[in-house]
Design a protein around this ligand. Sequence first.
Ligand code: GLN
Length: 273
Amino acid sequence: MRTIHASLQEAEDSIGKVDARVLVCEVLGVDRAFLATNPFHILTETQDARIDMLVAQRLMGHPVAYLVGRREFYGRDFAVDGHVLIPRPDTETLVEAALKRMAGACSVLDLGTGSGAIAVTLACERPEARVTAVEKDSQTLQVARSNGETLAPGRIEWLEGSWFAPVAGRRFDVIVSNPPYVAAKDPHLGQGDLRFEPEGALTDGSEDGLGSVRAIVVAARDYLVPGGWLLLEHGYDQAEAVAKLLEEAGFESRESIRDLAGIPRVAVGRLPA
Ligand code: GLN
């Protein structure tokens, strides 16, 4: 029989302190303070075996968020599984930028919602806003819907389809998206945690990674009101290219916003009023 202390020690040696603590807490259903104050607590055989299994999976590269089934984003816990991209802190920059441009009963469209992290956060932070979220993969949409039911019940219109297809003929005050933008041959795709995330959420197969961004920018004008805003997350080296696309598509004012690491991460365009 192992104690918390022994189990933690072994897990830490193979996957590091932070991940080891998260996984042991998850299996025991306790918080980190419990681990520190009860080092000689004896684990059941089931708990012991479950910890070993999770540590082995983590060692193979499975992201912690998938192993525990959730990830915190903008102060809320989102359920995640292998059908959705794990919400990133970078995307909180996109959310902040959108919130600044949302007032009163405005309408917002989130394209390729994934886990629903963006749409749900906007709905929670702006109770008067009307939020619509589109996702082309039905299993992904199920995860998003379920996050919506938990965190913002009845607040979001969930639509299945590709980009603007399900909102034909409609116009919004704000359109946001964190589309796939990793270049098809980017070596990171085959490394680390990314190997376990849905490939289609990371790359659309285009050589420069901008295939989806281009499609969204070109069409967005027809789905925005005059003076409407388009906000897009993009890769670390794509700010200039996206700004150019926005300019070509008639977005008269443009802005580039940096993430917490100081990297240009979000492009904002506004249509003439
Ligand atoms: N920021 C993600 C990554 O680099 C990519 C997300 C995306 O393509 N939208 O892992």
